[in-house]
Design a protein. Structure first.
Length: 171
């Protein structure tokens, strides 16, 4: 009886080892999935949108001992978005980014209703619509505006937001 249990245990262990082996077919499927993902990503980078995304530069805005995420890219002024060449300054606190202008306008209106009277919308060449709470001239003002947004529990932020947008036409 003891030998029978040992034999049955050995057979079951052997079956478990054999059934867990990775087959060549599994490797091939995993390789094909990875290759397809690589082709999809390469397709975006080869388009005009990929070149536009790659033209934006990311860096850090250092203010004293603080460091804020910053992007520098070309922007346009969205019709009905409250932005113009006159009121967009060097440092802009972005709290929303959308592909649809409708969504950006809704967020802008909620911000205005919540006390951010200077909220505005700008767009990139892709276009991506950025919702801005504050547009300021100095790094110190940018830090204060960024801290206000980060501490405001009424604004839902998801990474990479908020960030400081510096229009590329400012040198």
């Amino acid at each position: 009886m003891k030998y029978l249990l040992i034999i049955i245990s050995a057979v079951l262990a052997g079956m478990a080892v054999i059934s867990c082996k990775t087959t060549e077919e599994n490797y091939r499927k995993a390789y094909e999935v990875a290759a397809e993902q690589k082709r999809e990503n390469a397709g975006i980078d080869s388009t005009i949108y990929g070149r536009i995304r790659n033209s934006a530069t990311t860096s850090r805005l250092v203010v004293g001992t603080d460091s804020l995420p910053m992007r520098k890219e070309y922007i346009g002024y969205t019709d009905g978005g409250g932005s113009s060449r006159d009121n967009v300054k060097r440092y802009n606190i972005v709290v929303g980014q959308f592909r649809q202008i409708f969504n950006a306008k809704q967020m802008r209106q909620r911000l205005i209703d919540g006390g951010y009277d200077s909220a505005m919308i700008v767009h990139t060449r892709e276009p991506m619509y950025y919702v801005i709470t504050s547009s300021v001239s100095t790094p110190e003002e940018a830090l204060a505006a960024w801290q206000r947004v980060n501490n405001d529990k009424n604004i839902v932020l998801r990474a990479p937001l908020p960030f400081v947008l510096s229009p590329a036409h400012f040198r």
